[in-house]
Design a protein around this ligand. Structure first.
Ligand code: PBG
Length: 327
């Protein structure tokens, strides 16, 4: 056979396959979501997310020691307050759970890079991501609260803020508020293309943030849409976003690809709670090989165009990278 092209030639050995890989992964781009809860002596496993826990401040060293030992140096913080009210006041309280957690990490784990989730749903009694006007989330009123939350996170020492509420105009509003308060170098990572997704189910269980009525479809995106994601990304970049995000990740690889093709800022992908729990449950049942599935899905998210990966599997992935299973 005079075959000129034999693509298999580059697949003949592990050494060669590793040499010609198109996608490289690095621990530097991993971000681990961390749930901090008000109270003491709490390290409770999240029932729908085996292996993931909520930590009170005095227990946080358990996970922070593990993360730093594994070489995962970035966290995104979520707070679960003891008190919720209609305007989510614990979210912007300088002594709120997230603000105290930031100060603790800054003091005892100075090498950890702290990103904070800026949103109201974990803090409001109704579980929506903003201030209600009847049953509608009032966009412009919510912006004032988001500004306060972001500034109080920065004041506590957050390195980066990540608004996840999907209100219109929030990136500009938060950028101006941060600048006004003197935090010109605190970047904003925008949850730009955040879809109204059933894959957030386990997170809402973890954070106690399920809406008490209705759903989030009047602010999060409809999963039938693709161009709308581009519109959201373009708006956020124009409003000053430093990084844009697509969320969820695995069912939205096409969106990650398109966003990465058009945007000139780094792209983050959030592999959400439901993606984690699906793999965990299938592995537990013996249906899937957990390690291989975790490696493959993470690499595929990067291959789609993600520069940054937010994932509950961050520590596992760091280990797989060390072991040369992906890289
Ligand atoms: C909102 C927020 C949510 C997630 C991150 N930020 C939940 C929601 O929009 O209902 C989901 C994360 C996950 O599922 O892992 N504060």
């Amino acid at each position: 056979m005079d075959l000129l092209f034999r693509p298999r030639r580059l697949r003949t050995s592990e050494t060669l396959r590793k040499m010609v890989r198109e996608t490289r992964v690095s621990k530097q781009s991993l971000v681990y979501p961390l749930f901090a809860v008000d109270g003491e002596g709490i390290m409770e496993e999240i029932p729908s997310m085996e292996g993931q826990y909520r930590y009170s401040l005095d227990q946080l060293s358990v996970i922070l020691n593990q993360l730093t030992a594994a070489g995962v140096s970035k966290v995104i913080l979520f707070g679960i307050p003891a008190l919720k009210d209609s305007c989510g006041s614990q979210a912007y309280d300088d002594n709120g759970i997230v603000q105290r957690t930031i100060r603790y990490i800054r003091e005892y784990y100075p090498s950890v890079y702290i990103i904070t989730d800026v949103c109201m749903c974990e803090y409001t009694s109704h579980g929506h991501c903003g201030i209600l006007d009847g049953e509608y989330v009032d966009n412009d009123k919510t912006l004032e609260y988001l500004n306060r939350i972001a500034v109080s996170h920065a004041r506590a020492g957050a390195h980066m803020v990540a608004p996840s509420d999907m209100m219109d105009g929030r990136i500009r509003s938060i950028r101006l508020a941060l600048d006004d308060a003197g935090y010109i170098n605190v970047p904003v990572m925008a949850y730009s293309a955040k879809y109204a997704s059933a894959f957030y189910g386990p997170f809402r269980d973890a954070a106690g943030s399920a809406p008490s009525f209705g759903d989030r479809k009047s602010y999060q995106m409809d999963y039938h849409n693709r161009k709308e994601a581009i519109k959201e990304v373009e708006l956020d970049v124009a409003e000053g976003a430093d990084i844009v995000m697509v969320k969820p990740a695995l069912s939205y690889l096409d969106i990650i690809r398109e966003v990465s093709d058009i945007s000139d800022v780094p792209v983050a992908a959030y592999s959400v709670s439901g993606e984690y729990s699906m793999i965990k449950a299938a592995a537990k049942a013996g249906y899937l090989d957990e390690e291989k599935t975790v490696c493959e899905s993470a690499v595929c998210i990067y291959r789609a165009g993600a520069d940054i990966l937010i994932t509950y599997f961050a520590m596992d992935l760091a280990r797989y990278m060390d072991e040369g299973k992906i890289g």
